[in-house]
Design a protein around this ligand. Structure first.
Ligand SMILES: Nc1nc2c(ncn2[C@@H]2O[C@H](COP(=O)(O)OP(=O)(O)OP(=O)(O)O)[C@@H](O)[C@H]2O)c(=O)[nH]1
Ligand SMILES: Nc1nc2c(ncn2[C@@H]2O[C@H](COP(=O)(O)OP(=O)(O)OP(=O)(O)O)[C@@H](O)[C@H]2O)c(=O)[nH]1
Ligand SMILES: [Mg+2]
Ligand SMILES: [Mg+2]
Lengths: 300, 279
């Protein structure tokens, strides 16, 4: 499944002496199919195909002029696949895995996203990552709804030896605000807010996030997305980044066989960078984003 | 243009857009459109109404077959439901909802916390069991899930429980050791109790794209999946992957999840589901 897209294009362009408009069109149909099967959003696929077509056809014309019908050194199939691959890498870049720490004593990172995408686990991973970068993180339990959510974060914090801030009888905006003060008092310099999963269309819960932002002005708001998300990635990413100052994304569960097309869609549609990839349940399974691996996975 | 026994490219494109963005998948959408074109060409349609109507009928013929509600047989003492699926799809919450529903129908329910791996998974299910007021079995964190299942079965039998629902850890279908673990739970149950598990429920997240097909097929290969619960349909995702899954795997869709509360569980109705695809 992962390699079928590329192989199909290779077979189709096999033995062709040069790329022509017509065999490019056929190859693009295969690529379109492969990208849709990889969960890239339809609108993004259409733009990608149009862009690649323009580029590939443009090169065909330029090549004809330059080589006057002589054979190309690279096979047409490889050349075409390379154009697609480069275009995909370009679309997912430029790489920016930086986090803003600002000038306050305690910087804040707010994690948001749909239910079950991996926020709480990722909060732990981020804390571990930040500590490896000589930061002193504080985990903040801002999900007061899900049964045992606070406990889950506490177990994670304790397994890492990282403090967890919790507060009874308070709503998430106040919890996060007071967490920043608490962080300062115990010598931490970055606070990670683990918020409850929510639908982008849940106005009350989206408003809660807006209130957290109003109260704490987080330097970083990261939208956590499950790599297996389908076409809904665009609607969700758009809504979250319209209502909140989303500064980047974290794509989780890449240790499975989901192609991860959402990565392309959300980057394209919001312009915000993918910062990290979650590659397992263990708390050390967080990597800084690199487009190359994901590009070949999406293209298939 | 249908009067001319052919469909305009604009109609096709619009239809493709609706179905693809509903996560039906490029292959399934292509097959559906080819079927409609063929039927229109063969004049199989007496009164070709809108193309949308034709597609809805085609989808109904696929999904209607999966409208097979879960039938609990309390004489099994207990009727065992094993719940499985990848990480974060809503297994634990769905079990709570199902337990509450069955209890409201007068059945005695026991929930078993066989996710002994994830942080606070046992506590999460325990809170739900307390809220519902049903029986609950757990071991310590890190215990063998098969041991929990075995223990729960023994306890359910002793207490004359009608329905035992077993929660398991989220697992990616591509992870061999984890799939071996769930196969072992399945084996232990079937060895210890005739007919168990009577239902093996795969919980799928409606926001999932084409990977759901891989999930369903690999879980089905590993253990005998007898039902699907499709969660998070209260969001903007349409869950269209279920069409491809229906066609290739023919697994009944027992429930849909429409929220995070105990009563946010519905039976699957093909017609409502299909109408929602086009909204
Ligand atoms: N395989 C794998 N599992 C992951 C990854 N990240 C998180 N998980 C698992 O996904 C499931 C959900 O993770 P959580 O951290 O509880 O997700 P959440 O977004 O906090 O969920 P809510 O708070 O309910 O919205 C758990 O079983 C995690 O162990 C990952 O990168 N790979
Ligand atoms: N909106 C919505 N949220 C749901 C639904 N079902 C479950 N959830 C939420 O999804 C998140 C994950 O649910 P869990 O029940 O913990 O999922 P799980 O499959 O047991 O997760 P793991 O055990 O970590 O694999 C929680 O925040 C639930 O409240 C649903 O139908 N709609
Ligand atoms: Mg959480
Ligand atoms: Mg669970």
């Amino acid at each position: 499944v992962i390699t079928s897209g590329f192989n199909k294009v290779r077979d189709r362009l096999q033995g062709k002496v040069e790329l022509t408009e017509s065999n490019i069109e056929d190859a693009l149909r295969d690529i379109r199919f492969s990208l849709l099967e990889a969960d890239v959003h339809l609108s993004v696929v259409k733009r990608f195909i149009a862009h690649v077509q323009e580029k590939a056809v443009g090169e065909v014309v330029a090549t004809r002029v330059a080589h006057k019908g002589k054979k190309l050194k690279v096979s047409p199939a490889d050349h075409f696949i390379n154009i697609c691959y480069e275009e995909l890498v370009n679309l997912m870049g430029p790489v920016d895995v930086s986090l803003r720490f600002g000038s306050r004593p305690v910087a804040a990172i707010m994690l948001v996203g749909l239910q079950g995408c991996g926020k709480t686990t990722t909060a732990g991973k981020l804390a571990s990552y930040l500590r490896s970068k000589n930061k002193k993180p504080l985990l903040v339990a801002a999900d007061i709804y899900r049964p045992a959510a606070i406990e889950q974060l506490q177990v994670i914090g304790s397994s890492l030896g990282i403090p967890v801030y919790t507060q009874q009888n308070a709503l998430p905006p106040l919890i996060c605000k007071q967490a920043l003060e608490h962080a300062r008092s115990i010598g931490c310099d970055v606070a990670i807010f683990d918020t409850a999963g929510r639908l982008a269309i849940d106005d009350a819960l989206m408003h809660e996030l807006e209130n957290i932002v109003a109260m704490t002005q987080p330097e970083n708001t990261l939208l956590v997305c499950d790599a297996m998300i389908g076409q809904d990635a665009v609607k969700t990413a758009e809504t979250f980044s319209r209502r909140l100052p989303v500064s980047g994304f974290i794509l989780t569960k890449l240790d499975g066989d989901a192609r991860g097309g959402a990565a392309l869609s959300i980057k394209e549609v919001t312009g915000k960078p993918i910062k990290f990839l979650g590659t397992g349940e263990a708390l050390d399974r967080l990597e800084e984003f690199r487009p190359e691996g994901l590009a070949s996975r999406i293209l298939g | 243009t249908l009067g001319k026994r052919e469909i305009s490219p604009e109609m096709i494109e619009h239809l493709e857009e609706t179905l693809i963005t509903a996560d039906l998948g490029a292959a399934t959408v292509q097959e559906l459109i080819d079927t409609i074109k063929w039927k229109v060409a063969r004049k199989e349609l007496e009164n070709p109404e809108s193309i949308q109507c034709l597609i809805k009928q085609e989808l109904f013929s696929i999904l209607h077959q999966q409208e097979r509600p879960l039938q609990i047989d309390p004489s099994c003492q207990p009727f065992v439901i094993l719940t499985v699926g990848v990480n974060g799809t809503g297994k634990t919450t769905t079990i709570a909802k199902l337990g509450a529903l069955l209890q409201s129908q007068g059945l005695s329910v026991m929930l078993a916390a066989a996710d002994t791996f994830r942080a606070a998974a046992i506590e999460q299910l325990e809170i739900w069991a307390q809220r519902i007021g049903c029986a609950f079995v757990k071991h310590r964190q890190g215990a063998d899930p098969s041991a929990v299942a075995f223990d729960a079965l023994k306890s359910a039998r002793a207490r004359h429980i009608d329905v035992l629902i077993i929660d398991t850890a989220g697992r990616l279908h591509t992870k061999m050791p984890l799939m071996e673990e769930i196969k072992k739970v399945y084996r232990i149950l079937s060895r210890e109790h005739t007919g168990a598990p009577h239902e093996t429920l795969l919980v799928l997240d409606a926001t999932t794209g084409q990977n759901a097909i891989s999930q369903a097929s690999l879980f089905k290969d590993a253990i005998n999946i007898t039902g699907i619960a499709l969660t998070k349909l209260d969001g903007t995702a349409k869950g269209g992957v279920i069409v491809g899954i229906s066609r290739s795997l023919n697994i009944p869709i027992r429930f849909i999840g429409v929220g995070e509360k105990l009563d946010d569980l519905r039976e699957f109705h093909a017609k409502d589901f299909i109408d929602a695809l086009f909204e």
